[in-house]
Design a protein around this ligand. Structure first.
Ligand code: HEC
Length: 153
């Protein structure tokens, strides 16, 4: 009896361990240093890309503007994986604890920012207010997120 019971317990523990191992997001393999430096680099890249989007769109070079919009959209999607629990502090991160206290809200903002860049590719050419559209669908998302989730810098 006792023996059978023990085997079941071990099976159970084994099952839990396997589940935990395979349910972690892929980026938890990265160190906190790689995560924080990695996401800072992507945000910086998106900033310089956003400025280029603004320049190309106002010059009427929509093909270039649109391909950069898609690049930004992809970067936002990748950023979703850069905020696991082991990346809350260190390495001069400006990420606020509010991110982990409101993970759904944060992820939704990131996803909305990504989707808005795709929407922009569809409307930019026919927009009669290019600057206004970029303001609403690109720059406003930076501000919405930073005001709650990024420390003052
Ligand atoms: C959904 C949230 C969110 C959105 C949207 C967002 N950011 Fe950020 N951004 C952050 C967070 C959080 C940090 C802090 C990251 C860290 O220090 O670990 C950050 C950091 C940055 C940094 C500093 C990077 C560094 O080297 O320290 C820049 C620049 C930046 N964002 C620009 C932008 C721009 C421009 C946009 C819009 C085009 C934008 N961000 C959109 C959340 C966001």
């Amino acid at each position: 009896m006792i023996k059978k019971y023990n085997i079941n317990i071990f099976k159970y523990i084994f099952f839990i361990l396997v589940s935990i191992t395979f349910s972690q997001p892929a980026n938890s393999d990265l160190s906190s240093e790689e995560l924080i430096k990695g996401r800072k680099a992507i945000f910086s890249k998106n900033y310089s890309t956003a400025k280029k989007v603004q320049t190309f769109a106002s010059q009427g070079d929509f093909e270039r503007a649109k391909s950069l919009m898609l690049e930004m959209s992809e970067n936002y999607k990748n950023l979703l994986e850069y905020f696991p629990d082991n990346s809350k502090e260190g390495f001069k991160t400006e990420a606020l604890p509010a991110i982990w206290e409101n993970k759904d809200e944060f992820n939704n903002l990131m996803t909305k920012s990504s989707n808005d860049m795709i929407k922009l590719t569809k409307i930019i050419e026919t927009s009669d207010d290019i600057k206004g559209s970029l303001g609403k669908m690109m720059w406003a998302n930076c501000k919405a997120c930073h005001s709650k989730f990024r420390a003052l810098h």
